[in-house]
Design a protein around this ligand. Structure first.
Ligand SMILES: *Cc1c(COP(=O)(O)O)cnc(C)c1O
Length: 535
């Protein structure tokens, strides 16, 4: 391999890969492939900036599947006509996470009926979009799959019943149907998520045309119910819009949602009769923060009950009614859902210490009965050659697909058509190689490594000039943006944040399963060389 062609800090240039009408010569192709290989494997060595594990070991068992086209189109739990699929593997991966996120049922496998989900073909973005789509349609009173089953059962039943009885039932049903609601907002969900939410949530609002509390307030010219005391410490007015509303739900400095503000905002719209759609962060993108989902929901439930939104009767089709929640709580656990259950266990086993005396673990999973859906990325904590992830919910919240295509022989219950059949193998390989205790121990190791990096950086940041910070149990350390060379070499992610009204340019590093002390030390020593801590 001719490594002279590569400059170490050079970006990969498209000129090496140009395709024209002629078939590429062997020599050119060889050069292109060596450019590619040199570049990717060089960048991998110093990869420190994003929440993406580089510790992959899939080649041995799975490289042969690169030469076979498989497809998991349709529902994971129904085989379908496209038999070249890996759904049998997919279902077991889903069952693992359903158990992990139910916690109390660990070691006591769930029945299929208790959960429903699928492995997405994009990353967590797809899982988030599908969650919010499901939430929107559920709250708008669309048909559910179980409604469909109920209707079919009722039809069969009525056919066996005597005519007279049947007529009475029909009359009863149609009188129900005419009891129309007077609340014009009954089927107009309003969405809430914090200012630390991932851009995929913002994108989902746009794509799905879901009103956020901010857009709804702007449409109607409402006055913001929050007073000065309702904002967290350090909140900057740059996060307010021109009408004095926060653009998103304010977060605390550690990146977690500020529950008092959420509660007040939700109450404002609950009072107007809107169903409530909340997307919580569990491992926020920049600060790695965990919303205290349990605490937030405990504070929201009394409000939902007060405004008859905890459960409500809705009419999803002419004369057909159903009792549903008037809220949908989603957890965007792109990063955190994959390892925080092990942290919880490590705390129980006293393998790690609580960050503060009064710390309580932020429970986020299906132990909270009000949770409707959880999303997770597969290429972040676990690690995969391509984006993947999981959408998880319950059978009773599944929407009826808009169409029932005979073509695939399996219900079209997922977001994508064709679905990645390779990703389930990747996730299964990772899971089958470890016991539950192995996961706990590995998580402890990464937690300790992150704390090591944090303490070392913090000790060099004498007067807090470099803003070195870590949110408890997050895998990320944020700090003042270093030089452009460092950003490129270590693939650092950067972000502008306002703190106490002042704009700051931050970068962060992420400690993942592959991150070694050696790499952290190298990064820190190069920071020092660039006079980072002095200037
Ligand atoms: C990365 C991330 C996403 C999006 O996930 P992709 O897998 O990149 O699509 C969503 N939410 C959070 C909190 C994330 O960190």
């Amino acid at each position: 391999m001719n490594t002279n062609l590569v400059s170490l800090s050079g970006e990969l240039e498209s000129k090496w890969f140009k395709i024209d009408d002629k078939k590429m010569s062997l020599k050119k192709k060889k050069r292109a492939l060596s450019k590619l290989s040199d570049y990717e494997f060089t960048q991998e060595k110093t990869f420190l900036g994003y929440q993406m594990t580089e510790y992959l070991n899939y080649k041995k068992n799975y490289s042969k599947y690169l030469n076979i086209a498989m497809n998991n189109v349709g529902d994971p739990f129904v085989g379908g006509n496209l038999t070249l699929n890996t759904k049998a593997v997919e279902v077991e991966v889903l069952r693992y996470f359903a158990n992990l996120w139910n916690n109390k049922d660990r070691g006591n496998p769930l029945k299929k009926d208790d959960f429903w989900g699928y492995i997405v073909s994009m990353g967590c973005t797809e899982a988030n979009i599908f969650a919010l789509l499901s939430g929107r349609d559920y709250l708008e009173g669309k048909y559910l799959l179980i409604d469909d089953e109920k209707a079919q059962k009722a039809k069969r039943l009525s056919e066996t019943l005597k005519d007279a009885e049947c007529r009475i039932n029909q009359q009863l049903a149609s009188s129900y149907g005419t009891m129309k609601s007077t609340n014009e907002n009954k089927f107009k969900p309003v969405a809430f998520y914090s200012q630390d939410a991932h851009y995929s949530i913002v994108k989902a609002m746009e794509v799905l045309k879901i009103a956020t509390f901010n857009s709804e307030a702007a449409t109607h010219g409402y006055t913001c119910p929050l007073t000065k005391e309702d904002y967290p410490q350090g909140f900057s007015k740059e996060y307010l819009d021109e009408n004095g509303w926060p653009k998103e739900v304010p977060s605390k400095d550690d990146g977690s949602i500020y529950i008092p503000a959420l509660v007040k905002l939700v109450e404002f719209f609950a009072k107007k009769g809107h169903p409530i759609l909340v997307s919580f962060n569990y491992g926020s993108t920049f600060k790695g923060a965990y919303d205290n989902v349990k605490e937030a929901i405990d504070a929201l439930v009394p409000i939902l009950k007060k405004y008859d939104l905890y459960t409500r009767e809705i009419e999803y089709a002419d004369g057909k009614t159903d009792i549903r929640n008037g809220f949908w709580f989603h957890v965007d656990g792109a990063l955190g859902a994959a390892y925080m259950p092990y942290i919880e266990e490590a705390l129980k086993q006293k393998l790690i210490k609580k960050p503060t005396k009064d710390y309580t673990f932020p429970v986020f999973d299906f132990r909270i009965p009000e949770i409707h859906s959880i999303a997770m990325s597969g290429h972040k904590w676990i690690g995969s050659p391509w984006p993947t992830g999981i959408y998880m919910s319950r059978v009773k919240y599944q929407l009826k697909p808009v169409d029932d295509p005979m073509y695939i022989g399996s219900p079209d219950t997922t977001f994508a058509g064709s679905r990645n059949a390779f990703s389930p193998l990747i996730l299964w390989e990772y899971l089958s190689n470890k016991s539950f205790q192995d996961h706990v121990q590995e998580t402890v190791k990464v937690e300790e490594m992150t704390q090591y990096a944090y303490e070392k950086l913090k000790s060099l940041d004498k007067d807090d000039k470099c803003w070195v910070q870590r949110t408890p149990f997050s895998l990320t350390i944020r700090m003042k943006k270093p030089t452009q060379d460092m950003i490129f070499k270590y693939s650092l992610s950067t972000e502008e944040l306002y703190v106490n009204g002042k704009k700051r340019e931050y970068a962060h590093i992420y400690i993942m399963r592959h991150t070694t002390k050696k790499l952290i030390n190298k990064y820190i020593s190069e920071l020092k060389k660039s006079h980072y801590f002095k200037d």
